[in-house]
Design a protein around this ligand. Structure first.
Ligand code: BGC
Length: 459
């Protein structure tokens, strides 16, 4: 074998390894999606087993989001202190415990406890999945690999619809909720064999290990990348939440927090969590609306794949602009369709197609690009804490929308609710245009240097 061919083989190995590592870490996303999606189906049958007050019902459904906000609040700091890999292991164990507790719950308090525990794991996973992948991926394919996490979120949601469907006849809600234990075990066992993030290792003085991980995951020479990492590590002061308030970090914080809130207040989870209810109001029967819901879940997965194929080529900004722009238009149509009198078959079909297109536009932009950008734009020293803060805002906004959507529909009506989401998307479009930077193809260290040197993130 010639030298060139040997090198090619080695290159192939490095590539393959980083794909395997990223795919495994993306199981965090699968659990995130599965555990947020499964409750919609399980809940129908839990009601047959236990008698609950409306307040407790609310806590069971949205408890995961509250737990996730709490998990995200501490998860970021834990990722900085314990390391990314250890937090993934902890998340896997907590996922297992949460699913197990819910599956065997003898009464409502235990069920609520299980749901909250599960939520904490979702919060951990939502930070550490993208964080770990972005730090281990080579810059040229970092967008695609990190977005694998979001692909798994959407796959998890779709899978939960199928599992709900499979166990629905038997009303086996314990199996639905317990099914989450399977990916948790795979993630927990798998992560034991995966390396730590090279950037975290370097920052904690374990330079040789950092080099070894880079060498295993890179085709090219790793010296330049190591030098860049060394430079940013040397520049940093004491890390911690206080640093987040430093003026030079403000633009990145504004971008992260803005996108976190916009990702939710534009209404995606009103559709993801309430699709069957919305579709039934278009006159579809139960079965048709469940099928259409599966259709929506499938479109979410497929368009995320399209985004992954494009994100390192056309860039983050362009995907966001097209995605959010499309959401404005489809939401305006949805509001109008529900507003028109004499809602009939034709309008029902237009509404369904618009809902599907709305999800498609989310999946190509705000869905994956939000999680990707927040794993790229923060300096190493505060990356975990910054992502934690931003992720708490995301879960808080999620909780707000999922709790208020039914109330909004009942008070201002369906058309105005969609128009309100449309207005939020319009604000989002202006925000993206003005504030969101392009990070395509750059090393995380180059992005950090620009931020420190006060170079406008938009240049
Ligand atoms: C969001 C979730 C949402 C999911 C839908 C994620 O990026 O954070 O709130 O349910 O996308 O695919």
């Amino acid at each position: 074998m010639s030298t060139a061919t040997i090198r090619e083989v080695v290159r192939g190995d490095g590539d393959r390894f980083v794909y395997v590592v990223s795919a495994l870490a993306a199981l965090n996303g699968l659990l995130f999606g599965f555990d947020t999606g499964i409750i919609s189906g399980a809940f129908l049958f839990i009601q047959d087993t236990f008698t609950m007050s409306p307040l407790v019902e609310g806590i069971i459904v949205s408890g995961a989001m509250a737990g996730a906000a709490a998990g995200a609040a501490v998860g970021g700091q834990l990722a900085d202190r314990l390391g990314r890999r250890r937090l993934i292991l902890i998340a896997a164990v907590v996922f297992f415990l949460g699913s197990f507790t819910m599956a065997v719950a003898p009464n409502v308090p235990v069920l609520v406890a299980g749901r909250l525990i599960d939520g904490v794991a979702i919060g951990f996973a939502s930070i550490v999945g993208p964080l770990y992948i972005s730090e281990i991926a080579p810059p040229s394919i970092r967008g695609a690999l990190t977005s694998l996490n979001q692909l798994m979120v959407t796959t998890g949601i779709l899978l939960s619809y199928f599992v709900n469907f499979a166990f629905a006849d038997a009303g086996a809600w314990r199996w639905m909720l317990g099914a989450g234990m399977v990916p948790a075990v795979v993630l927990g066992v798998g992560i034991l064999k995966m390396p730590e993030s090279p950037r975290w290792l370097f920052e904690h003085g374990r330079k040789d290990e950092a080099r070894a991980v880079l060498e295993r995951t890179r085709e090219e020479d790793v010296d330049t990348e190591l030098e860049e990492i060394a430079e940013t590590v040397n520049k940093q002061s004491d890390s911690g939440l206080r640093d987040l308030l430093e003026p030079w970090l403000r633009p990145a914080l504004v971008v992260g927090l803005g996108l976190a809130v916009l990702q939710q207040i534009t209404g995606i989870n009103a559709v993801i969590y309430y699709a069957p209810t919305i579709l039934e109001s278009t006159g579809f029967g139960g079965v048709t609306s469940i099928l259409a819901t599966v259709g929506i879940g499938t479109i979410n997965v497929v368009m995320t794949i399209v985004a992954i194929a494009l994100v390192d080529r056309v860039g983050r900004r362009r995907l966001l602009l097209v995605g959010v722009g499309g959401m404005v238009v489809t939401l305006a149509i949805l509001g109008t369709v529900f507003y028109l009198p004499g809602f009939g078959d034709v309008l029902g079909i237009v509404a369904t197609i618009s809902l599907m297109l709305f999800v498609a536009f989310f999946a190509i932009g705000l869905g994956p690009v939000f999680w990707l950008l927040i794993s790229e734009i923060y300096p190493l020293a505060v990356r975990g804490s910054a992502m934690g803060t931003v992720t708490v805002a995301n879960w808080g906004a999620n909780l707000l929308v999922s709790l208020t959507f039914p109330v909004l529909r009942a008070s201002i009506g369906t058309p105005s609710t969609f128009w309100l989401f449309g207005l939020c998307s319009l604000v989002g479009l202006v925000f993206v245009q003005r504030f969101v930077p392009e990070t395509k193809g750059r090393t995380l260290e180059a992005i950090e240097t620009d931020l420190r040197d006060n170079v406008s993130l938009l240049d």
